[in-house]
Design a protein around this ligand. Structure first.
Ligand SMILES: Nc1ncnc2c1ncn2[C@@H]1O[C@H](COP(=O)(O)OP(=O)(O)OP(=O)(O)O)[C@@H](O)[C@H]1O
Ligand SMILES: [Mg+2]
Length: 208
């Protein structure tokens, strides 16, 4: 099997980090060599961009500024980590990727699809995850989980309506792309765990 690119997506507190651990365990059991990445971030420069975009600033951050920081960070990660790993036969396990921009900047910030398409064409040059697991959660539940972990960052402080728009866009995109599998993340940890394993097993079978 050629190296695959698997991404976990979802709102804050949806359970992405938890899902990453489940995937790590699954891939290890299947003797798959993989690297972990997260977005925004994953290279020293991209991690600085992550800190910048998540921090609260005195000045208003324009939606376009946020958008371009996200894609600048993604360009670093794709060029310096994701492509080299895949070319080297290593799988890549991502905590967020381009779908986050489609959902947050496209849905939440209401930036036009043509703008997003132009940027993702420049940065991704056809790179697309082989499998995306989208953890669908009620925004209020996700935010309550995220709050339990500590202070909220700049984006997490957005109004509930922002996350409702982001979720609607996630669902819309997931329903129109067979490589995106939606898991109901409102369920208990054990149920979510089972659903993730089912998706991963189906993915392995369909690639055998
Ligand atoms: N299905 C679940 N039911 C209840 N609690 C959960 C569930 N999944 C995860 N949690 C808990 O909710 C919190 C957030 O989960 P996690 O860190 O995995 O989410 P995340 O999507 O990675 O969040 P972030 O977007 O902030 O990185 C953690 O304390 C985790 O243990
Ligand atoms: Mg996380």
């Amino acid at each position: 099997m050629t190296a695959k690119f698997i991404v976990i997506e979802g709102l804050e507190g949806a359970g992405k980090s938890t899902a990453i651990s489940i995937c790590q365990q699954f891939l290890t059991q299947h003797n798959v060599d993989f690297v972990n990445v997260r977005e925004p971030g994953g290279t020293p420069l991209a991690e600085q961009l992550r800190d910048l975009v998540k921090a609260n600033h005195q000045e208003q951050i324009a939606s376009e500024t946020e958008l371009l920081i996200m894609y600048a960070a993604r360009a670093q990660l794709v060029n310096n980590v994701i492509r080299p790993a895949l070319n080297n036969g290593q799988w890549v396990l991502g905590d967020r990727h381009d779908l986050s921009s489609q959902a947050y900047q496209g849905g939440g910030r209401e930036i036009e699809q043509t703008t997003l398409k132009a940027l993702s064409d420049i940065v991704l040059k056809g790179l697309k995850p082989d499998l995306t697991i989208y953890l669908d959660i009620e925004p209020s539940i996700g935010l309550a989980r995220a709050k339990g972990r500590g202070e909220l960052d700049r984006i997490e402080q957005e109004a509930l309506s922002f996350f409702e728009r982001t979720r609607a866009q996630y669902l819309n995109l997931a329903n129109n792309d067979d490589s995106i599998k939606t898991v109901n993340a409102n369920q208990t940890m054990a149920q979510v765990h089972n659903d993730i394993i089912t998706v991963l097993e189906q993915f392995m079978q369909s690639n055998n």
